[in-house]
Design a protein around this ligand. Structure first.
Ligand code: LMR
Length: 397
């Protein structure tokens, strides 16, 4: 049987992560995979997580199974965090949710739910989008198409083209994947005014938003980063959401995520919730509990929550400072547009306007690791390496 299999290439993000790890140059600059790093290049466990873990170790009394939809406290506290406790669909019992194995597991469960509807809609993703969106969502058998999003000349969102495509080409019932904040890979987000224009277009054309919320808290803050999701949830009758705790709780390897669906009635929410449970059972039976229990512990404890909020603020502010420093260092003749874009974009990523040859040269001549697409993770930079990074970028341009 195995001889009929073909070797598959490693995913580009994972391949770059491995390449950077293997580089022995002590001055290498790894701007690849989307993990947060401190000034000394470490990805530490957050203080709130460490403290919650200590408490949890003594409090935990069983390793018995939890549920196919995961930890109830986690789901409730995450929904409150993401939507706010007085959010109408939440207080009216119209939101179904399930804990998932990371943000990717949440996307998968959402895609499985769409597939289970039997309606076979097209799923639209932005151009460009996270490299794993199409393989992950497509693997359930859904057709994927792309809508225009990022303009690599203006280094900003092509909002008019995006709206035109959604109005003219997407069909009623189609699913529209939107990055709630910190667009991966470009960092170019919709403004509040753009969300305000987009939401009625989605509603009027009977399109179903599927909001990917992998980086919330790391753009402008929890409230600001969930603005678009909350808005479409108020305006559109049905919305899907996939959230991740990988970045904002730095729980990457623990695989903590949440899928949610805003529905039109409590009965519909119950039905969707039963689907999430059955789908998860079929896929992996149950999500792992440890990381979700820590998140529930942090969000349910005022003191721990305060520690976490401060750390999240520190992470976000540090990335904003790095953006400013890199932008300043790149503000030379010919690179002004790139410098301005880096400053205005949000979260971990920006996509530098570099060709494949230029990104290869960055790796081979300067030990600077960005994706072939030009995507860089700003958190991999620091005050010491930014002058060298800027020099390397300008040298390959
Ligand atoms: C990334 O885009 O680098 C992260 O979301 C990590 C991953 O799994 O791709």
């Amino acid at each position: 049987m195995f001889e009929s299999l073909i070797a598959r290439p490693t995913d580009a993000i994972i391949a770059l992560m491995e390449m950077a790890k293997a580089d022995t140059n002590p001055n290498k600059i790894d701007l690849g995979v989307g993990v947060y790093k401190t000034a000394d290049g470490a990805t530490p466990i957050m203080r709130a997580v460490k403290q919650a873990e200590g408490l949890y170790l003594t409090e935990e009394i069983t390793k018995s199974y939890v549920s196919t939809i995961g930890n109830a406290e986690f789901r409730t506290s995450m929904l409150d965090l993401i939507f706010g406790t007085d959010y109408a669909p939440l207080t009216e019992g119209r939101i179904a949710s399930a804990q998932a194995t990371g943000g990717s597991g949440a996307l998968r469960l959402g895609a499985e739910l769409v597939m289970s509807s039997g309606k076979n809609p097209t799923v639209w993703v932005p151009t460009p989008t996270w490299a794993n969106h199409t393989p992950l969502i497509g693997s359930v058998g859904l057709t994927i198409k792309q809508y225009p999003y990022y303009n690599s000349d203006t280094l900003g969102v092509d909002f008019d083209d995006m709206l035109a495509c959604l109005k003219d080409e997407a069909k009623a019932g189609d699913v529209i994947v939107l990055h709630g904040c910190c667009h991966n890979p470009t960092g170019a987000d919709l403004s509040k005014a753009q969300w305000d224009r987009l939401a009625p277009v989605l509603r009027d054309n009977e399109l179903i938003p599927f909001v990917d919320l992998a980086y919330f808290g790391l753009g402008h803050g929890i409230e600001e980063d969930t603005y678009g999701l909350r808005l479409v949830g108020e305006i559109c009758p049905e919305v899907l959401m996939a959230a991740s705790c990988s970045k904002n709780f730095a729980l990457y390897k623990e695989r903590v995520g949440l899928v949610a669906a805003i529905t039109t009635s409590p009965d519909q929410a119950k039905l969707v919730q039963s689907q999430f449970g059955a789908l998860q059972r079929r896929l992996t039976s149950m999500p792992p509990d440890h990381g979700a229990a820590l998140v529930a512990r942090i969000l349910g404890d005022a003191a721990l929550r305060q520690v976490w909020t401060e750390e999240l603020d520190e992470m976000r502010e540090r990335m904003q400072t790095l953006r400013k420093s890199l932008s300043d260092a790149l503000r030379v003749q010919g690179a002004e547009a790139m410098a301005a874009a880096i400053l205005n974009q949000n979260g971990m990523f920006s996509t530098l306007p570099l060709s494949l040859e230029q990104t290869q040269a960055l790796r081979e001549k300067h030990s600077v690791y960005v994706m072939n697409s030009g995507r860089m993770n700003i958190a991999g930079a620091n005050a010491t390496n930014i002058p060298r990074l800027a020099e390397a970028i300008l040298a390959v341009l």
